[in-house]
Design a binder for this molecule. Structure first.
Ligand code: FE2
Length: 429
């Protein structure tokens, strides 16, 4: 007897006609034609059932604040940082919590059930830190929220950031953050990477740096992050976010850098919507895309994931917590158009970020948590093509969000009365 049985599912690995049995919040069986009764049956009807989406790079303290106190008309990174700096003194504990909770509501409807958010610690009050620690507690029943202590204005550049970062970690922030390319000099950036890696090693924490978010081909803090991760044994819990300078680096240098990143066990996070919007702003034509070298990192065995980074904040006015939109942009910017590469883009917003966050019990195997999403698409490529509707979002075996399937009525003589976008999938043998 199962609590819930999901029947006739297609799984991300391509298996079809699969039933998933759930008991006490865990997946206890995954097989064809699963016998036994269930308290509730959810018929997937041959559609895709995936583990939840995971956003490994976000800024929840800033989300939904777009226009406060003004819009970023230039769209540039540094203007975004300036506008955020104007908003910071005006923030209240309640307002940050309210925006974050509203975003989490949206995330759940999108099947996004795990988020790593950076939280700005360059504020003597640590207001964002305390607010997001509260949010983490409140959403724990439905979202795994991981916090990164992020010195937005520079670990060395912002007076007091060294102490504030330590205080944030003491309060319970999970991950060490940094922003070496925003320090005053390359040397300060390098020193910050070394110091932050040492903090992560001493405390046994993960580290995730905003690293080389610039078009400057000589911004090479990823090299230091990889070297220090190797020296301090941080492999598997060290991540470089953005790495956009790699787009513009000399190819010979990159041929040496890629194996170092792989050897060090440093993961990479690209943020396609933000990278394509913010990078290349100093270019006339041709304009660089700015996103890091995703296919090349993957070819070297590096764990690569895509993050959303921003939704309706000083850096990005759009977005809706849809990780399939993120995957789609990543696919296009990196030209990952082969069947294999498109599937890798789906993995970059599900299984790969789950590895970076070190999520326990993630996946669709027996013994995993019964967290999953039923999508109105027949496979992972179709899910990206359609930004597929999340028909049901399941947490611990319980449906916590439903969205009606998207079909349109068609009023054309001699043509079908209804159009289901999922029915356009290519017929493959
Ligand atoms: Fe970021």
């Amino acid at each position: 007897m199962f609590d819930v049985k999901i029947t006739d599912a297609t799984l991300p690995d391509g298996r079809t006609g699969i039933d998933i049995g759930v008991k006490s919040g865990q997946i206890v069986a995954v097989e064809h034609k699963l016998g036994g009764d269930a308290g509730e049956i959810i018929d997937a009807g041959g559609l895709l059932v995936s583990p939840p989406f995971v956003d490994c790079h976000f800024h929840m303290d800033a989300t939904l604040s777009v226009g406060q106190p003004r819009f970023n008309e230039s769209g540039r990174l540094l203007d975004g940082i300036r506008i955020w700096g104007e908003l910071k003194p005006l923030l209240t504990h309640e307002a940050v919590i309210d925006r974050a909770l509203r975003y989490c509501d949206l995330a759940v409807t999108q099947g996004l059930l795990a988020i790593r958010t950076h939280v700005d610690i360059c504020d003597e009050r640590l207001l964002g830190v305390e607010a997001l620690l509260e949010v983490k507690k409140r959403v724990a029943p439905y979202i795994d929220l991981q916090l990164v202590a992020f010195p937005q204005d520079g670990y060395y550049r912002y007076p007091g950031a060294v102490d504030l970062l330590k205080r944030a970690l003491d309060l319970g922030v999970d991950v060490v953050g940094g922003i070496p390319h925003f320090e005053r000099t390359m040397a300060d950036g390098t020193a910050s990477v070394r110091a932050l890696c040492e903090i992560a090693a001493e405390r046994g924490l993960m580290i995730d740096l905003h690293c080389d978010e610039t078009d400057d081909p000589l911004s090479r803090h990823i090299e230091t992050l990889a070297f220090e991760s190797l020296r301090l044994g941080l492999g598997g819990r060290s991540t470089g976010s953005h790495l956009t300078s790699m787009h513009s680096m000399d190819n010979y240098y990159v041929s040496k850098l890629l194996p170092l990143i792989a050897e060090a066990g440093v993961a990479a996070i690209a943020n396609p919507l933000i990278n394509i919007g913010i990078q290349g702003r100093h270019d006339t034509y041709p304009k660089r895309r700015g996103m890091t070298r995703v296919p090349e990192l993957l070819a070297h065995g590096v764990t690569v994931a895509f993050g959303h980074d921003c939704v309706m904040d000083p850096w990005y006015s759009l977005g809706q917590g849809d990780m399939l939109e993120v995957a789609s942009m990543g696919l296009h910017v990196a030209q990952m158009t082969s069947r294999t590469a498109m599937r890798q883009c789906f993995a970059a917003v599900t299984t790969e970020p789950a590895k970076i966050l070190n999520l326990k019990g993630y996946g669709l195997d027996v013994g995993c948590k019964a967290d999953m999403v039923l999508l109105q698409a027949v496979d992972t490529i179709e899910a990206i093509r359609l930004k597929a509707t999340r028909l049901a979002v399941i947490k611990g075996g319980k449906v916590i969000a439903r969205t009606p399937n998207r079909t349109s009525a068609l009023h054309l003589a001699g043509r079908p009365a209804r159009v289901d976008p999922a029915s356009y999938a290519p017929k493959l043998d």
